[in-house]
Write a protein that binds this ligand. Structure first.
Ligand code: BDR
Ligand code: CA
Length: 329
């Protein structure tokens, strides 16, 4: 039976790919709704981008809810330098016709509260965790009802992408991330931390994109349109030919735990100073504190791309023979 999820995100190029993947796995994942927080893009832009992706996927029936417009305590710093001025790789796709979807009056927090009070559901968090921290603070019962929490964020041994030690989602709203880890600790529920150690190994290369276009020209062209800017950014800043698509790994891992491996540990998020936003992983158990996270450190990259392609493009996994040759080693 499909597991119910809420996607909390900040679309965002890779968030969009993650939404597309989640919607392509109806036998395993039922998306109850998408909640937006300010992150890669300002919250209104993220809201609109989610709708654009839903329109492309012909799933405007999925409700989207606008959430926090800024971090809990810090000044908001978006990532439009990475995701383009429209937050979607400067694809400048037109927003869907308002007659095609229902504009939700509820806020993300209201939707999260109501849904999780009604039934347990999992949350895949792909952006700064401002909405989730607000939920934890304002309705601990609803927060407790989160079945599984998978968070794209943080890093263990890998360097940061916003500072030498911090990853963007946790760096953008470190106070929110700290609250979510602290509250999960209190509930003795493990957060699945899909951090940069594993997502940096998910590189969409020009070869993989070409393969995608050969297999499905419509979806391939859409992915090409929204990732072009991301390719340029990675070349300029990381000297990488390709782009790191972090967020879909969190969705894929939610559905198939075999894709990544790691260890359980106590994790705290730094909220001040030069290591602001760092996920401090007590891998050596200095604190003698029970774990509050599963820290993922290894990923089967070809297996991820096999799943990503087969689900997104609706192709039998066995016929994806070129993946091992095209994946960056
Ligand atoms: C994370 O930050 C954003 O740029 C991406 O969407 C991803 O969620 C990676 O650090
Ligand atoms: Ca994101």
């Amino acid at each position: 039976m499909a597991r119910k999820i809420i996607i909390d995100c900040d679309p965002g190029i890779d968030d969009s790919l993650a939404i597309m993947l989640a919607l392509s796995m109806p036998d395993q994942i039922e998306v109850l709704g998408i909640t937006i927080a300010a992150g890669n893009s300002p919250v209104e832009m993220g809201y609109e981008n989610a709708l654009k992706v839903l329109e492309f996927m012909d799933r405007l029936d999925i409700p989207v809810f606008m959430g926090a417009g800024c971090p809990l305590h810090r000044e908001f710093v978006n990532a439009l330098d990475t995701h383009g001025s429209d937050g979607l790789g400067e694809s400048f796709l037109p927003p869907p016709d308002p007659s095609k979807y229902i504009r939700q009056d509820k806020s993300a927090l209201e939707f999260l509260t109501e849904t999780l009070r009604r039934e347990p559901a999992s949350v895949i968090a792909l952006g700064p965790m401002t909405n989730l921290a607000m939920l934890a603070q304002e309705d601990p019962e609803a927060f407790r009802n989160i079945e599984e929490l998978v968070s794209m964020g943080g890093s263990f041994r890998s360097h940061g992408n916003c500072s030498p030690v911090a990853e963007y989602n946790y760096w953008c709203d470190p106070d929110a991330a700290a609250i979510v880890y602290r509250e999960s600790d209190r509930l003795r529920r493990l957060i699945h931390m899909v951090g940069l150690d594993v997502t940096r190994r998910i590189v969409l290369t020009p070869d993989l994109l070409a393969y995608m276009k050969r297999l499905d020209s419509r979806i391939g062209a859409f992915v090409e349109k929204i990732t072009g800017f991301y390719f340029d950014f990675h070349w300029e800043w990381e000297h990488l030919i390709g782009c790191v698509i972090n967020d879909p790994l969190a969705v894929a891992y939610f559905a198939d735990k075999e894709l990544c491996s790691g260890f359980n540990s106590y994790v705290q998020i730094e909220t001040r100073g030069i290591s602001l936003g760092q996920s401090v992983v007590d891998s050596m158990n200095f604190y003698r504190h029970s774990p509050n996270a599963v820290v993922l450190t290894d990923v089967d990259t070809p297996a991820f791309f096999r799943l990503f392609f087969s689900r997104l493009l609706k192709i039998d996994i066995k016929s994806l023979d070129l993946i091992p040759d095209l994946v960056r080693s």
